[in-house]
Design a protein around this ligand. Structure first.
Ligand code: ADP
Length: 487
């Protein structure tokens, strides 16, 4: 089976969040499945070279029509051969300081940038020897791909035989653009209606993917259910509820070759479930690094996240005084909305020995926080999959989470005596519920003989990609079986 994975960000080349973690690790796990050949396509951003990668020019040049204009694209390729990663290069669109926009606002030409990218990806598939069975599209930046594969980049038809799978990593970002911009896709206007990609007069890129792909997946079972409801469906719940078995929830996994406290070079000491002693050193190191005062019985609570409403910063802000009345230390690493930057800075000033804040994207520090913290706080309003709770568990940091989406599916509530479970979950997006859950955690934390087995259980949990990769193969096979004539 030949698979092409198309995404706007892929680790380690460029990332803004969880999408890149998934597109970085899932294709590798798919590539290990018998009979699978896989390659990936992404834009060549400034960030790629900034991160120390130096792709090679393949010499392949393609012409990409975007409305009435035509832009040339260069095809570059990463040195790492497995899975092969192709980059679409056009500096005018992608050689910028950020991927999608500055902290103040999205780039004005995002629709043009990603229509260009997707068309270049189709043209590249046509230029390559690699004839895909499945094209796997991810989030709004690749939502137009199923239609572009069907109609071709000029909208005049195409002889491709690929089948498409579209994955929703976060339904809250749909890629909405004025209807007047639709012309640059060169696609037939017959799709610009309620049952197609039109959304209140706008082009909705995610809706295009959902309606045109052969199968739609999302990143946990619970989120697949939740997005069919008005509260979480972001205006698309009706459409999603009608998909029936065409909508599948598959839990994201972890690449344990990368996220392993026994080998992680960023840590002050190594440890694992059998030898958790090194975690104490990591804890002391983190406290020193962040200027936190350590005291017996006072847990370090970590939070590594986009500082946004979705991630529950508003809930924490409403509860912070009561939260800090408990004997806890809090370390926050993140970037996001200005109001939360201000709030975090203020908490750091108010409780200098117990609250440490770093407003940056810092991957090595993120690893030191998961290794050095005792609890990982994730009070997300909604959470498609969540990855941090999975990393945290492996590094012995117990997740304290809002009971939604992927958090529901991956964290098991701990028993009061610590004899079962892997974390703490609160139901209801209210700060009283979060504080009650925190109190349960603190009570158990005071009893190390019960806390330690909880930690070991969390560390032993296996969320490796192998199982999910296998499930994806099942989905691909089903899609191909449903359309045998196309093979
Ligand atoms: P989302 O994709 O919605 O932002 P996820 O939990 O799925 O949330 O994934 C976020 C990923 O990004 C995690 O691996 C997390 O550790 C990482 N991350 C988020 N913010 C930062 C930051 N400021 N520095 C380093 N890593 C971060």
């Amino acid at each position: 089976m030949k698979i092409v994975f198309v995404a706007s960000e892929i680790n380690p080349f460029a990332s803004t969040g969880g999408l890149a973690d998934v597109t970085g690790s899932l294709p590798r796990a798919l590539g290990r499945e018998p009979g699978v050949e896989i390659c990936r396509i992404m834009p060549l951003y400034h960030q790629v070279t900034e991160r120390g990668f130096h792709p090679r020019d393949t010499g392949v040049r393609i012409e990409v029509p975007v409305g009435f204009r035509t832009y040339p694209a260069e095809i570059w390729v990463a040195d790492e051969p497995t899975p092969r990663t192709y980059f679409i290069r056009r500096d005018e669109f992608f050689d910028r300081s950020h991927l999608y926009g500055t902290p103040e606002k999205d780039y004005d030409d995002n629709f043009e940038r990603f229509v260009f990218f997707q068309k270049a990806a189709v043209a590249l598939m046509d230029a390559l020897e690699f004839k895909a069975d499945i094209v796997h599209c991810n989030d709004w930046q690749t939502g137009m791909l199923p239609l572009l594969l069907r109609h071709g980049i000029r909208g005049t038809g195409r002889a491709g035989t690929e089948r498409t799978v579209y994955t929703i990593h976060n339904l809250a970002f749909q890629g909405l653009f004025p209807g007047s911009a639709y012309g640059i896709t060169n696609l037939p206007f017959t799709y610009f209606h309620l049952d197609g990609l039109e959304f209140y007069g706008n082009v909705n890129c995610m809706k295009a993917g959902i309606t045109a792909a052969d199968c739609v997946t999302t990143v946990s079972r619970t989120y697949a259910r939740e997005i069919q409801t008005e509260g979480v469906g972001c205006g698309l719940h009706g459409l999603l509820a009608k998909l029936g078995t065409k909508l599948v929830g598959l839990q994201n996994g972890v690449d344990y070759a990368d996220w392993n406290p026994a080998t992680d070079p960023q840590l002050a000491a190594r440890f694992d479930a059998q030898h958790p002693e090194g975690k104490k050193t990591c804890r002391e190191h983190l406290a020193r690094l962040m200027g936190l005062e350590l005291k017996p019985g006072r847990p370090i609570i970590g939070m590594i996240t986009r500082l946004t409403d979705q991630k529950g910063l508003g809930l924490l802000a409403a509860a912070i005084t009561e939260f800090m009345q408990r004997d806890v230390a809090l370390v926050i690493l993140g970037l996001g909305q200005q109001k939360y930057h201000d709030a975090c800075r203020q908490w750091g000033a108010q409780w200098p020995e117990r609250v440490a804040v770093k407003l940056e994207f810092d991957s090595p520090l993120a690893r030191r926080i998961v290794a050095g913290s005792d609890l990982m706080l994730m009070p997300s309003q909604f959470e498609p999959s969540g990855l941090n709770q999975l990393y945290a568990m492996r590094y012995g940091s117990i997740p304290l989470v809002h009971d939604v989406g992927g958090l529901t599916d991956t964290v098991e509530q701990a028993a009061a005596d610590g004899t079962s479970g892997t974390g703490f979950k609160f139901a209801g997006f209210q700060h009283a519920a979060m504080l009650a859950s925190l109190d349960q955690a603190l009570a158990l934390y005071q009893r190390p003989a019960e806390w330690r087995p909880l930690m070991v259980r969390a560390m032993e949990k296996d969320f490796s990609w192998a199982r999910t990769a296998h499930e994806y193969i099942g989905v691909y096979n089903e899609v191909l079986a449903r359309h045998p004539a196309k093979r």
